[in-house]
Design a protein around this ligand. Sequence first.
Ligand SMILES: N[C@@H](CCC(=O)N[C@@H](CS)C(=O)NCC(=O)O)C(=O)O
Length: 205
Amino acid sequence: MSDILLYGHPESGHACKVALALRLAGLPHRTEWVDIWADPASRPAAFRAASPFVEVPCLMIDGVAHVQSGAILLEIASRFKALGGEAPEGLRRGRELLMWEANRIGMCLPQLKEARRVQGAGFPPGAVAWLMMRYSADAARFAVLLGQGPFFHGAAPGIGDCAIWGYTQWLEAAGVEPTEAMAGWLARMRALPQMAAPEAMFPRT
Ligand SMILES: N[C@@H](CCC(=O)N[C@@H](CS)C(=O)NCC(=O)O)C(=O)O
C-alpha cells in the first residue's frame, strides 16, 4: 500500500478537490495543514522543498511530490484505477472535464470568491463584471456537460466531479446562484457518504 500525504488548507478549493478524490477512492492518507495566508517562507521546510510554487495542494506518494490539482487527480485515477481511471473512456472523460474546469468554472469562481473576501481591493474596474459574465456562460453549459448524470462520470462520481466540486461548493461565498442542474448535482455531491466539510478534510495540525 502506498504512503500518501496531502498538504492542504480548508480554504483551498484546489486542495479540497484532491482530498475528496482520496476519500472517494478509499485511499488511506494523512493530511498536513499549510497556512496559505502566511508568508510562504514560514511554511514547513519539507513542504517548501516539495512544492515548487509553495502552493497547495501537494500530494506526496511514497515520498514523491505531485503538484497541480488536475495533474494530481489524473495521477490518482490512473495509478489507483479509480474515479474514472478503471477504463480508457473514464480517463478520457476525466481529462475533458478537468480541462473545462481549469479553463472555465474553476477560473472565475475562485476569483469571484476572493473578490468578495477582499471587497474588491486590487481588482481592476470591470474585472468582477467580466468574471460574472464568464460564470453565467459556464453555468449555462453545466447541464450540457453533466448530461444524464447523476454525476459527471455517470452513475458514480469521478475525478471530473472532484475537480468541479472544488469551487462550486462555495457559490454563495462567490456571490453567484446555481442553475437547477447545478443545485441538483451539488445536493447529490453533498449527500455522498465520503463527503466532508473542508475543515474536516484539513484539520489544523
Ligand atoms: N493551479 C494550482 C493552483 C494552486 C493554488 O492556487 N493554491 C493556492 C491555494 S488555492 C495556494 O497555495 N496559495 C498560497 C500561495 O500562493 O502562497 C492547482 O490547480 O493546484
